[in-house]
Design a protein around this ligand. Structure first.
Ligand SMILES: [Zn+2]
Length: 152
C-alpha cells in the first residue's frame, strides 16, 4: 500500500507541511530554528511573551517585541497519547505523544508550546517531566521543533 508519508516511525508525528508561511512577525522564530535555537517574542512594554507570535500584545496591545533566546528546556504542562491516526496514512506514527511544554526562561510571563514529544515511552512520560527541544531540519525553510525527555 502506498502512503503519502515515508519512513514513519512510532512516536514521531511527521512534518505535514514543509513550508513555514512566515511573515515579519514569525520569521525570527524560523531563522533561529534553522540554527537549533529557540526564541520567543517578548513585549517591549510589559514583558509578556507572545508565543505563538501575534501582531499586538494580548496584555497591553503594544506592537513592538524583542526576540529573546530561551534555553530550549521546559516542563510538560499537559500531554495526551494519540493512539488513533488522524488519517490512515499516519498509522505508522502511532502511538505518539502530543504535549504542551511550559518553556524555561518565560516564568512570570509564561509561554507554552504545543509539540510532539519524542524519544519517550508514551505510557510513562508524565506531566512535570523535564524536556528539551530538538529540531528536525526538513529543508532550507522548515525546521520542525519537537521536545524529548532530558536524560538524567
Ligand atoms: Zn505588553
Amino acid at each position: 500500500m502506498s502512503t503519502a508519508f515515508q519512513n514513519l516511525k512510532p512516536g514521531v508525528f511527521p512534518t505535514i507541511n514543509p513550508y513555514t508561511y512566515a511573515d515579519d512577525s514569525t520569521q525570527p522564530f524560523w531563522d533561529a530554528a534553522k540554527e537549533d535555537r529557540l526564541v520567543a517574542p517578548r513585549c517591549t512594554n510589559c514583558g509578556t511573551f507572545r508565543l505563538p507570535p501575534s501582531p499586538f500584545c494580548f496584555e497591553c496591545q503594544h506592537r513592538e517585541v524583542d526576540w529573546v533566546d530561551l534555553p530550549g528546556t521546559g516542563t510538560i504542562y499537559s500531554r495526551i497519547i494519540v493512539r488513533h491516526p488522524l488519517h490512515p496514512d499516519l498509522a505508522a506514527a502511532c502511538p505518539y505523544v502530543s504535549g504542551v511544554v511550559e518553556l524555561d526562561g518565560t516564568q512570570g510571563a509564561g509561554a507554552r508550546m504545543l509539540v510532539n514529544i519524542i524519544d519517550c515511552d508514551p505510557e510513562t512520560v508524565a506531566i512535570g517531566d523535564r524536556v528539551e527541544i530538538v529540531f528536525e531540519h526538513v529543508n532550507d525553510e522548515m525546521s520542525t521543533p519537537r521536545f524529548r525527555p532530558i536524560s538524567t
